[in-house]
Write a protein that binds this ligand. Sequence first.
Ligand SMILES: [Cu+2]
Length: 177
Amino acid sequence: MNRNHAAAMLISVAAFSLSTSAAIAQDSGAMKSMPGMHMDAGPAPSGSAAGKLGDLDISGGYVRAMLPGQPVGGGYITIHNGGKTDDKLASVTSSAAGKVELHEMKMEGEIMKMREIKDGIAIPAGATVTLAPNTMHMMFKQVKTPFKKGGTVPVMLMFDKAGMVDLNLPVVSAKGN
Ligand SMILES: [Cu+2]
């Protein structure tokens, strides 16, 4: 894992606590059948965003530059839950996009398909969950200004237990470096 602690300067942590939903425990099996979840997609590019929120260590956050005509942007991040309680990445918002969805890639026959993960991404106690090319990603829709290499994209990650955290994700090349 490539962690750049200089990137931590970009981060502010908001320590709000969200009320706990009774439904969380039932939802944690959502990612069980993800074939690509443990695929090694290589290290995150240098300069990627990192932060800490309660028991969660966040690292490797970045988005890819958008190619001309590309309607949506993709973002990636790694979340480690060092605590004893399961958590869940419930949603992501960004002032740079009308909405941000959580997506997973899945092989259907020989075709890689993308679909929305509607009930959030489980971050079990002790686990490290990586959103990386070919597994899962943040999908930015209704992007206001196409992501350009060298820029940053602000996001707010909302977790069921840990609360929310603001990160500025650096924009790397469309190829991911
Ligand atoms: Cu997608």
